[in-house]
Design a protein around this ligand. Sequence first.
Ligand SMILES: Nc1ncnc2c1ncn2[C@@H]1O[C@H](COP(=O)(O)OP(=O)(O)OP(=O)(O)O)[C@@H](O)[C@H]1O
Ligand SMILES: [Mg+2]
Length: 368
Amino acid sequence: MTEQIVNEALSKVTYPGFTKDIVTFGFVKDIQISGNDVSITIDITSSAPEVAQQITDEAQAELKRAGATSATINIKAPQMPKESSSKGKNIAPQVKNFLMVSSGKGGVGKSTTSVNIAISLAKQGKKVGLLDADIYGPNIPRMMGIADIKPEVNGNKVLPINAYGIEVMSMGSLMEEGQSLIWRGAMIMKAIEQFLRDILWSELDVLVIDMPPGTGDAQLTLAQSVPVTAGLTVSTPQSVSLDDSRRSLDMFKKLNIPIAGVIENMSGFIAPDTGVEYDIFGKGTTQPLAEEFDTEIIAEIPIEPSIRTGGDEGKPISYVAPTSESAKRYAAAAESIWATIEKINAEGGVDNQAVQPTTPPGVSACSM
Ligand SMILES: Nc1ncnc2c1ncn2[C@@H]1O[C@H](COP(=O)(O)OP(=O)(O)OP(=O)(O)O)[C@@H](O)[C@H]1O
Ligand SMILES: [Mg+2]
């Protein structure tokens, strides 16, 4: 056996889910040859055991076919976060990670982003929930195509609705359509708590939480109720929106929530007829803000008519048009978010102890 034969054999092994092989990806790190015995080290980026198994099986088969008498495959993979290592108060302990999707301003595309990131994470093999925490203007049921579906009630608990491989819950699913809500602060807090405690979420890898715009009671209550693993800010390239985004990033910092990045939405325009991308409000204007908060723009999502129609019709682009440019960008952003979540957990997770309400001695928190 020679190194060349080994490399040729391994270049027939494609990385699961991709068309490229493990040699082209640069995953083959070490090759030891002694006669016809081969030992290989492969460094992969996925923590899924089935990916490691498939590569091992295929590499062994190819090496034997190429003349190896024995082939030892050592796979190095990032650690799978079995349980979140987070500490502090958690009223939904069966959920391993919480991703808070936020923006300082309304209408920038938080709900659209939440839906497509949640779907992308699910397609990448994660068990995902999507909580619409926008109590005043719940849009998720329409965007997920479940506007007409009422959830099943089990005792005093409610089952989430399944759509596109995701568990979903929204105030919109619990009330009659068109019924508007005028909530007081205390009621918002109660609603957020109930969404976490009284909805029968499964053992989720991640719960994506679509927040109402701004930095108010809902955000604080969420951070106090569960250890939020990471925060995602959605912004548009205009400068007014950027000022608002600064507030959103600043809120993450104050609540001790690690920042998973910024998604610059409505960044350029992709013409549906030609596929040509035009710059409308400017592009990349979010960059200095990301740097200020020591984070990154993890996707620039263009204005694409099919993103809006997908939302209106309950057919999210990441599900119905996975090969579209925007779907690919959402998928890349989801990978980046997951890598951040794994890193945060590997480094000890998050702790929401410091943001718990301080109640004067002798006063019950319930009476406040
Ligand atoms: N990249 C995009 N291309 C085209 N349309 C988009 C894009 N992003 C969002 N939209 C559309 O813009 C509108 C607002 O988006 P969305 O509801 O996601 O924003 P939001 O930040 O959640 O708003 P709110 O603050 O009201 O909750 C929707 O009609 C949505 O379909
Ligand atoms: Mg919204």
